[in-house]
Design a protein around this ligand. Structure first.
Ligand code: ADP
Ligand code: MG
Length: 697
């Protein structure tokens, strides 16, 4: 099979639909997909039949509604197509009703405070804009997951709502600017995904990796990532074989996996797809993470998606490349070539700048997690302060607008003549500032603060909604302006927005202390940890934003806020317990063995000859005894504080205590344990060391 033949072969895509569906049904479905219109049940029935036939032809026996509950993972419940017809015989059957609606028991999924009101009844609803596909002999139907009273219980529903809000506001704005041929605007996302591969046998021996996804103990080997010889390095044959297999599996599912390479850290890699419409890109990224794990398993690896699997070595993130595209094929963040395109670009650009400045707190919240707390602000990922990188050229353009040197005072005239066309050079993306959380890269923004395991839904909900809000404010300011004054008023609006929000633009090095001080002076948010930022979700300004654009109701926000707290508390609790367990059951015994051996050797030596010094043994025993006392004390403290945290329940107070106290206990305990590890002979610990795991993949 050639790649083009293989590509999308397991997807019920447009080509298959055109082939399999009667013409009028195809047209009706296309209208639902493109224009978001209601789907009639007879159309659904007809689509279901075609889908089932196609799926059965491709070996499927089951179907499942596939959804994204608040766990961050995807969920599925398989039903077979079989339907008994008497005489002990069955036919393969699938109805329109089964296609469009499912009724999974919702009681076991996180719902925050909503559980009381929705009585555990939930339903899934088909998202026809994201194509169905076959995996493991099952037809997967992408769906949204809601309670019976209509509250969103998943990550897809608010995303679709935010895309709709942006579509509405952006289209209105384009029409106002005279671009009336545009019928709709959608957002596009290309998520670059980082991950680690470790040997399956190694993984299984490490309780910390199994239970928490990251190592809680482990001394650094003599060589870390300082040589940077892994970045873009030659792929080792076994890794190359894994990547090859992964690409093929993704291509079959219609996921346009494009770029793959080694990352900075040893055993770390990256995969980037070609961008797609946001909801499809989100679904595809969830699938990519699942397929990565499955293919890794086949190759004797475990794929680690945790944000910080190894201390002292770069963790993994995800870059969310984001833009807005019209149904006429125009990228709204492409500066364009004509004055009209330039103006349009500038309006949307400053809308994004205003959005980020006003809702940087929500953007920070959207990437907050226990795992990502180890990266943000730790000089390996962007700082916790959200700012925008525009690059020198584009910054110069904004500067001239602010100072009236680009468009001149007679803006209307100036805008219509060629002289006002934006210089073209800033398409150049070589000027990369890796320290910026939100960077303009020529025709899109790259949000770089996401953790590797995160669903990309949340950050895009915030981006879409915040930009929709800017556009809605712009529209209110411009809607009653007479035609002949419009360009002048648009220019004034662009200028005003730059003046009001330029504080969020920063092109310098985000890793320096000067920037932290400067950001504080500028009044930018700096939320250092997840418990710090969680409360912004329920702040009035933010509740207003989400309710105004119908993204979340107030009760949906409260429930999600509770789920975030719960997740954080549970994660930290498991980490603390796992560490205590490993130290008492594995690390301390290994340390005792080492001391015991030294004591035995010294005793034997003395037996042999009273005058042998045993200097080495004595020094080792002395050093290890001291360290083991510290480890014991650290362990007791960790246990006591964990118990204290546990007694606080799943509250913000508990989250703060875990962050400030329990995590601190863990890092102190780890420091002494890692010091002791360097004195323990290799092979004594019942689990592999950093050197074993990181350099032999
Ligand atoms: P890098 O950031 O590694 O230099 P690129 O800039 O080529 O790589 O692209 C990174 C990602 O951005 C890819 O997934 C690509 O498909 C995506 N991308 C490119 N254009 C857009 C766009 N208009 N909207 C969203 N994502 C985009
Ligand atoms: Mg990138």
């Amino acid at each position: 099979m050639t790649v083009p033949e293989m590509y999308g072969s397991l997807v019920f895509n447009d080509k298959v639909m055109r082939e399999k569906l009667p013409k009028d049904i195809y047209k009706a479905l296309r209208k639902t997909i493109d224009k978001n219109t209601h789907l009639e049940i007879d159309v659904a029935n007809s689509v279901a039949v075609a889908m089932k036939e196609w799926a059965v032809e491709h070996g499927a026996t089951h179907f499942t509604h596939w959804f994204q509950p608040m766990t961050g993972f995807t969920a599925e419940k398989h039903d077979s197509f079989i339907s008994p017809i008497g005489n002990g015989e069955v036919i393969m059957d699938f109805s329109g009703k089964e296609l469009v609606k499912g009724e999974p028991d919702a009681s076991s999924f996180p719902s925050g405070g909503l559980r009381a009101t929705f009585e555990a009844r939930g339903y899934t609803a088909w998202d026809p804009t994201s194509p169905a596909f076959i995996k493991d002999k099952t037809l997967y139907i992408p769906t949204a997951f809601c309670s019976y009273s209509g509250e969103a219980l998943d990550k897809k529903t608010p995303l679709l709502r935010s895309m709709e809000a942006l579509n509405r506001e952006a289209t209105k704005m384009l029409h106002l600017l005279g671009n009336t041929s545009v019928g709709s605007v959608s957002t596009t996302v290309g998520p670059e995904q980082e991950y680690f591969l470790v040997d399956k046998e190694d993984f299984k021996k490490r309780e910390d990796l199994v239970f928490t996804g990251r190592t809680l103990l482990g001394a650094m080997p003599p060589k870390g990532q300082e040589m940077e010889d892994h970045y873009f390095g030659t792929l080792k044959p076994r890794v190359a074989a894994f990547m090859h297999d992964l690409d093929e599996e993704l291509w079959k599912l219609g996921i346009p996996a494009k770029t793959k390479h080694n990352e900075v850290a040893p055993s770390q890699h990256e995969l980037a797809p070609v961008f797609d419409t946001t909801n499809v890109a989100v679904d595809h990224n969830q699938l990519t993470m699942e397929v990565m794990k499955k293919v890794a398993d086949k190759h004797g690896y475990v794929c680690l998606l945790h944000e910080k699997p190894f201390d002292g070595i770069n963790g993994s993130g995800k870059h969310n490349n984001w833009s807005m595209t019209t149904d006429t094929g125009l990228n709204l963040l492409d500066p364009g070539k004509t004055p009209a395109e330039n103006i349009q670009f500038l309006v949307f650009l400053v809308a994004v700048i205003q959005a980020v400045d006003n809702y940087a707190d929500l953007m920070r919240l959207s990437v907050a997690s226990a795992g990502n707390d180890h990266r943000l602000g730790a000089n390996e990922a962007p700082p916790a302060i959200i700012s925008i990188f525009l690059g020198d050229e584009l910054s110069k353009v904004l500067n001239s607008i602010e100072n009236d040197t680009l468009f001149g005072a007679q803006s209307k005239v100036a805008m219509e003549i060629g002289a006002s066309v934006l210089p073209h050079f800033f398409k150049d993306t070589t000027d990369r500032n890796r320290t910026s959380p939100f960077a303009f890269t020529g025709n899109k923004f790259e949000f770089r603060s996401l953790g590797s395991s995160l669903s990309v839904s949340g950050p895009n909900v915030v981006l879409n909604t915040a930009v929709a809000e800017s556009l809605s404010q712009f529209y209110e300011e411009l809607k009653d302006v007479p035609a002949e004054e419009l360009s002048e008023k648009v220019h004034a609006l662009i200028k005003k927005t730059i003046v009001e929000h330029k504080r969020v633009i920063f092109n310098g090095n985000g890793y320096t202390d000067e920037w932290i001080a400067e950001a504080e002076k500028r009044g930018l948010y700096n939320y250092r940890s997840t418990p710090d930022v969680l409360p912004v979700f329920v702040e009035e300004k933010n509740v207003k934003l989400f309710t105004k654009h119908h993204i979340f109701t107030e009760s949906e926000i409260k429930s999600r806020y509770e789920i975030l707290i719960e997740n954080y508390v549970k994660t930290l609790h498991i980490e603390a317990k796992t560490m205590a367990d490993m130290v008492s059951h594995q690390f301390l015994p290994a340390l005792m063995d080492t001391v015991d051996k030294a004591v035995t050797i010294a005793a034997k030596k003395k037996q042999l000859c009273e005058s042998i010094s045993c200097k080495t043994e004595k020094a080792l025993i002395d050093k290890l005894s001291g360290l083991s006392d510290s480890i014991y004390e650290g362990l007791e403290l960790l246990k006591a504080d964990t118990a204290k945290a546990e007694s606080m329940g799943e509250t913000l107070e508990a989250a703060k205590f875990y962050q400030a106290t329990v995590l601190e206990d863990m890092s102190k305990l780890r420091a002494v344990a890692d010091e002791a590890e360097e004195l323990i002979p290799s092979g004594t610990l019942p689990y592999p060391s950093y050197a074993d795991m990181l350099f032999y993949v």
